[in-house]
Design a protein around this ligand. Sequence first.
Ligand code: MN
Length: 144
Amino acid sequence: MVSPNHDVERPSRSAPGVLVKRILVVEDNEMNRDALSRRLVRQGYAVALAVDGDDALKLAAATRPDLILMDLSMPELDGWECARRLKQTPATASIPIIALTAHAMLGDRAKALEAGCDDFDTKPVDLARLLGKIEALLARNPIP
Ligand code: MN
């Protein structure tokens, strides 16, 4: 049985003929996950949800999203290791990843970029700022 967390939420008002970009949100905290996905859907993105790192690896390989938002602190497989594995796997290596963390620690950004993440932002999310980073990466790195 498929967990309801795997349901892809589709925006209700996407213009016909416009290719909807798909974002995979990787976040172990249910409230953060739901809030962020709702805000992204409202912006016109199609959102899939992964509840942990293993889930993210499977979903990313199976669905090839246009971009991944990756929480860094997760139990078991954390966001750094998950990003590293995604970037080492040919099928998922070209998918841009934005790391998200509640930690204001200086080393987090460097560690995330070192793990292969393409950008980094902090939680709570500043939506306008995050959307700017999402759009910049989607424009830079179109997946054929
Ligand atoms: Mn977390």
